[in-house]
Design a protein around this ligand. Sequence first.
Ligand code: HEM
Length: 287
Amino acid sequence: MSSQSAILSDVAPAARYIVLDVPPDVRAADLAQRLRELTVGDHLLVGLGEPFVRALGVEHPGLRTFPSMSGAGCSVPSTQGGLLLHTRGEDHGDTLSAMHKAIVAIDPKRVLRIVEDVAAFRHLEGRDLSGYEDGTENPKGDEATAAALCDDGSTFVAAQRWIHDLGGFESMSATERDHIIGRSRETNDELDDAPPSAHVKRAAQEDFEPTAFMVRRSMPYGTVTEHGLYFVAYARSLDPFEQVMRRMIGRDDGVVDGLFRFSRPVSGGFYWCPAVRGTQLDLRPVS
Ligand code: HEM
């Protein structure tokens, strides 16, 4: 048994993320069967949300609906979907045609509702559109495997779309910007004098009890009018994401993450990514 390969692979040059709602009149068992028949290679990842798993008449331990939450002056919405599909490739043509193929295979009659469709890309050597390197403190090698994968090769993923105000961010001084992240945009060094609101201080994985390690595979997306980060993090449980998110909105100590000064989440969902046997999803835990 192994994991879906997108989880531990490096971020691809291009990616697409689609969230689908599974309306109540859709026969969930038929959809599950088509998912089982799907070829899930390097280019495709599938995640199941609680609404779809419940439609199968089961519960999956560890899978829950993304919680909406708020802190002083910031809110985190939940837009939990039934299915998450993610394609990876060399360019947007690759990811679009792989996605189209997957959708035709699992939904030939087009009864599922596409509620989010995001074309994401790698920017430079893996930077957010704010210019900061993203992923530096990701666990690597065996530590990534331990953080991201359950014993059977399955995992959980949090997917959350953030919209940036890059104009506002660029109007700040370089020091103010670096203090929002807690790292230097130029050198990527962590700053000793960063305020407690600095993102890397809020999110420091070792500072949680238990520790909150996750494997982030976030990517920039967007147009000139709307753009930001499609945040994606895999972990063997959904707890690390929720622990970090709660601290980011100040629920531990009242300090809100500086990120909220130029960015805000507009969607959020939790999904279970089954293990694979060969190139086929192993849906036995929800069958
Ligand atoms: C606008 C959205 C976000 C942006 C632009 C952003 C950007 C960054 C950057 C630039 C870093 C420093 C380099 C690195 O270690 O990767 C970082 C670290 C990190 N971020 Fe975010 N991030 C965002 C949202 C989130 C969210 C929603 C979470 C989880 C709830 C999160 C969790 C983390 C973690 C765990 C670290 C590593 C902290 C450490 O252990 O040093 N980030 N992020």
